[in-house]
Design a protein around this ligand. Structure first.
Ligand code: ZN
Length: 237
């Protein structure tokens, strides 16, 4: 079964930035797995922290439930690492687990954060972690197994909140028209970030317009990506 792997710092990220790609490939029969490095408990849970006396464990549990619900709507499975957020700190054990996931899934594509984000250092940290796991998964000397063939998958960086500041320049626009309603339902699960619902609808409409302009085919809703590595092809047309 073909698989896709999505590695994000916080739950909101896989919904806003890659929810269309996740829903689209899941609908086409792919196994899509989200590896969510934290619960976004400190940095994207403003609403939860307004409850007097709430503890960090309670906030984590609330966010975990939300993230699981959003993943279910999108048709993906989700695994958490509880690396914390603000700051996000991964361990060697987490890296080892991520390498195992790469080798087990042999993903056809990986989606993760842009390499820079001056507003949120958890994001480039998650991207660095994803790259490191992908690289180690290719290393023959890591848990050697000569019977195992492994090819490194292409990596697509999804769109950050403020793309220009993150030096994000999209070179792929994915048509998400057929799954837009699913993506919208998934982000309506994120009650703590209601202020972003309309914002990310506008982002999708703008990318859809650009997708139509670049493809000559009608597109209403789009999701933008930047390839980390060149695409190797046999012909240009
Ligand atoms: Zn985030």
């Amino acid at each position: 079964m073909a698989t896709g792997l999505v590695i994000t710092a916080h739950p909101g990220d896989f919904v806003w930035r890659a929810g269309g790609a996740i829903a689209l490939h899941a609908r086409r029969g792919m196994r899509v797995k989200i590896l969510c490095l934290s619960y976004g408990e400190r940095g994207e849970s403003q609403w939860a922290w307004k409850q007097p006396g709430v503890t960090i464990e309670e906030v984590k549990q609330q966010r975990r439930k939300e993230a699981e619900r959003a993943a279910e709507i999108l048709g993906a499975e989700i695994e958490f690492m509880d690396a914390g957020d603000y700051p996000l700190r991964t361990t060697d054990a987490m890296l080892d687990r991520a390498v195992d996931i790469f080798r087990e899934l042999k993903p056809s594509f990986v989606l993760t954060h842009a390499l820079e984000d001056p507003y949120n250092v958890d994001h480039p940290e998650a991207a660095r972690f994803a790259q490191e796991a992908r690289i180690i998964a290719q290393a023959a000397g890591h848990k050697p197994d000569p019977s195992r063939a492994y090819a490194a998958p292409p990596v697509f960086l999804f769109e950050p909140h403020q793309p220009e500041q993150c030096n994000f320049k999209p070179d792929v626009i994915l048509n998400i028209d057929e799954v837009w309603e699913t993506k919208r339902k998934a982000f309506e699960v994120l009650a703590a970030q209601k202020h972003l619902w309309e914002y990310y609808t506008r982002v999708a409409l703008n990318r859809g317009m650009q997708g139509g302009r670049n493809s000559g085919k009608p597109m209403t809703y789009g999701e933008a990506y930047q390839r980390l590595f060149p695409e190797a092809v046999e012909a240009l047309a």
